[in-house]
Design a binder for this molecule. Structure first.
Ligand SMILES: O=C[C@H](O)COP(=O)(O)O
Length: 318
């Protein structure tokens, strides 16, 4: 299937039923507590690619302003094609236009769902997701209903049912990302959201919508990346010979404006960057590379090469 082919184009009116619960709230609470007990936040600095064509593949080129115009979406798609970005990230009303713009390219189309509060009910989110897939979206960035993580009475069961139902509607190769809105969550709630997203087989946890509170922070990305690594390791242990466990990845988004912000997020363990400043990041990176080359020629330094962030087994291939 090509990157831009609608995965559900033959089943336009078919919306699968919602999934039933897997664990009770208190069982989820116990599982989350276990994960928290063994979670240590990695201080590792992940290696980062420097060649612009490699960096571009980590970027979701994003335009989510409510007053965005069709002409701006056309421009966004042209930039994404030109730079070789991973996707363009747009609202539902522009998915079909973006898909048509990007036909024949390797650039995918990500659509935000439940944007930006996340509090829509499950039926609403399922309808939106179904419409996005039918229009050709290859990735869905779904906002967590984060008020359901309220510290006094968290509804883990309800959140899991929502996530599992959306995964059921959109199986791989559709890439599913859960937007946590980390500015609204405590570290404990962030870990809880990672546990639920991983159990529902989401491909990514994503920091922010860019519309509520601060954007991505190094601390949050490190926590999410460490939790994802631990959850994959736990599952690998449980899977024994069966293997095949995929590591959930982290998308940093919100307020990432320049190459230094982008590099810092990748160093903390993000493997996708959501930003409305993609073109500026690439411009800055090219300028830095030019300076480094110049310095290298004059001072005998070495141009940084491309390094791998994860092994093939660790990433899910998106
Ligand atoms: O999903 C991505 C964010 O909305 C992008 O946020 P930004 O406009 O602050 O770059």
């Amino acid at each position: 299937m090509s990157a831009n082919q609608p995965p559900h184009s033959t089943a336009k009116d078919l919306v699968p039923p919602t999934m039933t619960a897997r664990y009770t709230n208190s069982e989820w609470a116990a599982r989350i507590k276990e994960v928290e007990k063994s979670l240590s936040i990695s201080k590792e600095r992940h290696s980062v690619p420097r060649r612009p064509e490699d960096v571009a593949k980590f970027i979701d080129h994003t335009l989510l302003k409510l007053d965005a115009t069709g002409a701006q979406i056309d421009g966004l798609c042209a930039e994404a094609r030109n730079e070789g970005f991973k996707t363009v990230c747009v609202r539902l009303n522009f998915v079909a236009r973006a898909v048509s713009n990007l036909r024949g390219s390797a650039v995918g189309v990500a659509c935000v769902i439940g944007f930006h509060e996340g509090t829509q009910d499950l039926t609403e989110k399922i309808k939106e997701a179904h419409a996005a897939l039918s229009a050709g979206a290859t990735e869905l960035d779904i906002v967590l209903n984060h008020p359901l993580l309220s510290p006094s009475s968290p509804s883990y069961e309800e959140i899991f049912v929502e996530l599992a139902s959306l995964r059921n509607l959109a199986p791989p190769p559709v890439c599913l990302k859960l937007i946590l809105e980390t500015s609204q969550l405590s570290p404990h709630q962030i870990t809880a959201a990672c546990v639920l997203a991983s159990a529902a087989r989401f491909d990514f946890v994503k920091t922010s919508t860019g519309f509520n509170g601060r954007g991505a922070s190094e601390e949050d990305v490190r926590r999410m990346s460490s939790a994802a690594a631990l959850l994959a390791a736990n599952e690998r242990d449980g899977a024994g010979e069966a293997g095949g466990v995929l590591r959930m990845q982290v998308k940093a988004s919100g307020g990432i404006r320049g190459w230094d912000d982008c590099r810092r997020m990748l160093e903390c363990g993000a493997t996708r960057i959501g930003t409305s400043s993609g073109v500026w990041i690439m411009r800055e990176l090219r300028e830095r590379e030019k300076d480094a080359e110049k310095g290298g020629r004059e001072g005998g330094g070495k141009r940084p090469g491309v390094t791998r962030l994860y092994t093939d087994e660790e990433v899910s291939g998106y």
